[in-house]
Design a protein around this ligand. Structure first.
Ligand SMILES: NC(=O)c1ccc[n+]([C@@H]2O[C@H](COP(=O)([O-])OP(=O)(O)OC[C@H]3O[C@@H](n4cnc5c(N)ncnc54)[C@H](OP(=O)(O)O)[C@@H]3O)[C@@H](O)[C@H]2O)c1
Length: 353
């Protein structure tokens, strides 16, 4: 299956994704998948389109020479619409623009433009699924395409596909997890007595923080991820505004130290459940919690993430990403690309959420 890809956004995640496609070229070929990057569109660094295909070096050279700058920004929607004229068996938008946690835009509009062009969407951006999961899945159904966002939630952890593919007929009654790498890294550093700002600076240098780092520190990133998980796994129909939220600042240092002295570890935990039982509304929250050391979430160091699902009848399931980071997010996009290609090969645009 040849899959023509257009990348909306070419920052940390977009660049790592394109390099990973090159590194996994042989493995993808064995699966019969030929991804071809036909276009890249950014906000301030230009845009290019070439049906012959572009590798990372060509993109870097040609974006620099594309002559589009901040004074003449390309319309991302127009570039996405160009996917319509591609002749490949599958056309795909890779959404990696920054998160606007208060609206999910402009990514939601990019996703809709892709559907109109008959293209599938894979997104590392949480906005569309956090704000409009139900509507976008319905629109994808009508367009006969897939909308997948494994990379949006927990770096590379296959959490959405785990439930979708391996837990048929099971209900997710709730979840709790450590799902923001930056704050977990800072909390681990605070326990060692390291300064808050130094730990934060290391995460920024590694490209792990959100473009607007206050999203990580104020709990917005975790709230958006909790909304995605609740929407995708529990049909919650909520937005990040519905998630009660606590953040992390330097003032947490004595709390982290005191928790450790008392045989606990302070973690920023995202939770969701249906307190009034099956069919009731979902309540979700992000809050600092002191967890006993034998809690699987308390064992997470540095950038590690983990999620515990409370499922019926499969029981409680914990999945851990011990070393999250950019490469894992890029891998989640590759995994979604493979899912799309397999669905296309099987003759089904979308075969389940
Ligand atoms: N970094 C991570 O570890 C990580 C992990 C999981 C998920 N994510 C999510 O992945 C997404 C990308 O993260 P990132 O770290 O790669 O961000 P980034 O480095 O800031 O890159 C964002 C890219 O999007 C472009 N862009 C901004 N607005 C645009 C628009 N309207 N149309 C087209 N392009 C636009 C930017 O263009 P310019 O270059 O011209 O500014 C830039 O190329 C975010 O939604 C983030 O929440 C990130």
């Amino acid at each position: 299956v040849r899959v023509d890809l257009l990348l909306a956004g070419y920052g940390h995640v977009g660049r790592r994704f394109v390099r990973l496609l090159g590194e996994l070229n042989g493995e993808l070929a064995i699966l019969g998948i030929e991804p071809v990057v036909v276009g890249v569109v950014t906000a301030r660094h230009g845009a290019i389109f070439d049906r012959a295909g572009l590798d990372a070096n060509q993109i870097a050279l040609r974006l620099a020479g594309s002559g589009i700058n901040a004074s003449t920004p390309p319309s991302t929607l127009e570039w996405v619409a160009r996917l319509r004229s591609q002749g490949a068996e599958a056309r795909l938008l890779v959404e990696t623009t920054p998160l606007d946690v208060r609206s999910g835009e402009p990514a939601i509009s990019h996703v809709r433009a892709a559907f109109e062009a008959g293209a599938h969407v894979i997104s590392a951006n949480k906005g569309p699924a956090a704000w409009a999961w139900n509507a976008l899945q319905a629109e994808a159904d009508r367009a006969g395409v897939s909308f997948l966002c494994e990379g949006a939630v927990m770096d590379g952890i296959p959490i959405l596909s785990l439930v979708r593919e391996t837990l048929p007929c099971a209900a997710v009654r709730g979840f709790r997890g450590v799902i923001n790498s930056t704050t977990n890294y800072i909390l681990t550093a605070l326990e060692r007595g390291e300064p808050f700002d130094d730990a934060l600076a290391r995460m920024q240098a590694a490209g792990v923080t959100e473009a607007d780092v206050s999203h990580d520190l104020d709990g917005w990133d975790a709230a958006a991820k909790a909304a995605v998980l609740a929407n995708a796994l529990m049909s919650a129909g909520i937005t990040p505004f519905d998630v009660a939220r606590e953040g992390l600042g330097p003032e947490a240092a004595p709390r982290a130290a005191a928790a450790l002295t008392a045989g606990h570890r302070l973690k920023l935990v995202a939770r969701a459940s249906r307190p009034s039982g099956p069919g009731g509304p979902v309540e979700a929250a992000v809050a600092l919690e002191a967890l006993p050391l034998d809690d699987p979430l308390a064992m997470l160091d540095g950038q590690a993430n983990a999620l515990e699902l409370d499922t019926q009848p499969a029981g409680r399931i914990v999945i851990t990403q011990r070393d999250g980071g950019l490469e894992k997010t890029a891998y989640a996009l590759v995994a979604d690309l493979v899912t799309v290609a397999r669905r296309v090969a099987a003759g089904a645009g979308r075969t389940g959420r």
